[in-house]
Design a protein around this ligand. Structure first.
Ligand code: SAM
Ligand code: CA
Length: 248
């Protein structure tokens, strides 16, 4: 069937505007299948409660989707991670996924400019019995990372770092986090496909938040691809997550 220009325009608009999609898969039915078959039946009850509470929050689109929480949990367990960091907590879906996956003496250092957001999910974190694994610090992540780097003892000690905050600072985060993660450790950068916009023509219709930060994400992807200190793997889970393994 012939598709006229107006129809094309409309379908492109839907593609880039509909942020409600927590996946880059083109089939809602397929994504629903994944969630209903492999993710929700195995979701910890406190994660489910946190997810459902977050869905009612006006900024709920910021939370990582449940299938990505499952990926983070798998990575933490595969690595036998004990010391991890998260930059960008919001209500804590990825944080609680990490804390549940860590051993009982494991620790996750978590940064967010908003303690208010973190406190929304705090009752579920407490209920899950993992609060003792979390060291939450309120503030600007760049500043907090610089503080950590002032102590040589922190360098090369983190097993896993998940970065999910202000996209315009990801390269700045990378320049710091690379010294904090151990050789063989992982860094996960979230939203590296940025609603698919990284591969869209510059004049494609996009909502402001996508357009305004798109160049930063494109620059990050180029930067990571040429950084010889890491091996990388770009996954299309969620909004795209780039897994970096420090090798040097
Ligand atoms: N990982 C979270 C989850 O699973 O729900 C989602 C994080 S949300 C996309 C981004 C968070 O980064 C927000 O809670 C925001 O307050 C925080 N943030 C934004 N800029 C920041 C900065 N400069 N330093 C620390 N946190 C920041
Ligand atoms: Ca994210």
């Amino acid at each position: 069937m012939a598709v006229n220009n107006e129809q094309k325009q409309q379908s492109q608009t839907v593609e880039y505007v509909d942020l409600a999609h927590k996946t880059l898969l083109n089939s809602d039915a397929l994504y629903k299948y994944i969630l209903e078959t492999s993710v929700f039946p195995r979701e910890h009850p406190c994660l489910k409660e946190l997810r459902e509470m977050t869905e009612k929050h006006p900024k709920s689109l910021m939370a990582v989707p449940a299938d990505e929480g499952q990926l983070i949990s798998m990575l933490v367990k595969l690595m036998n991670a004990n010391k991890t960091m998260e930059i960008g907590v919001y209500t804590g879906y990825s944080l609680l996924s990490t804390a549940l996956a860590l051993p009982s003496d494991g620790k996750v250092l978590a940064f967010d400019i908003s303690r208010e957001y973190y406190e929304l999910g705090l009752p579920m974190i407490e209920k899950a019995g993992v609060l003792h694994k979390i060291d939450f610090r309120e503030g600007y992540a760049l500043h907090l990372l610089d503080e950590l780097l002032q102590d040589e003892n922190n360098k090369g000690t983190f097993d896993f770092v998940f970065v999910d905050a202000d996209k315009n600072n990801y390269i700045n985060y990378h320049k710091r986090v690379i010294d904090l993660v151990k050789v063989g450790g992982l860094i996960g950068y979230d939203n590296t496909l940025w609603s698919g916009s990284v591969a869209a023509p510059p004049d494609a219709p996009m909502i402001d938040i996508i357009r305004n930060l798109r160049d930063y994400v494109i620059e990050l992807n180029k930067y990571l691809a040429q950084d010889s200190r890491i091996e990388i793997c770009q996954l299309s889970v969620g909004d795209g997550i780039t897994i970096c393994r420090r090798i040097d």
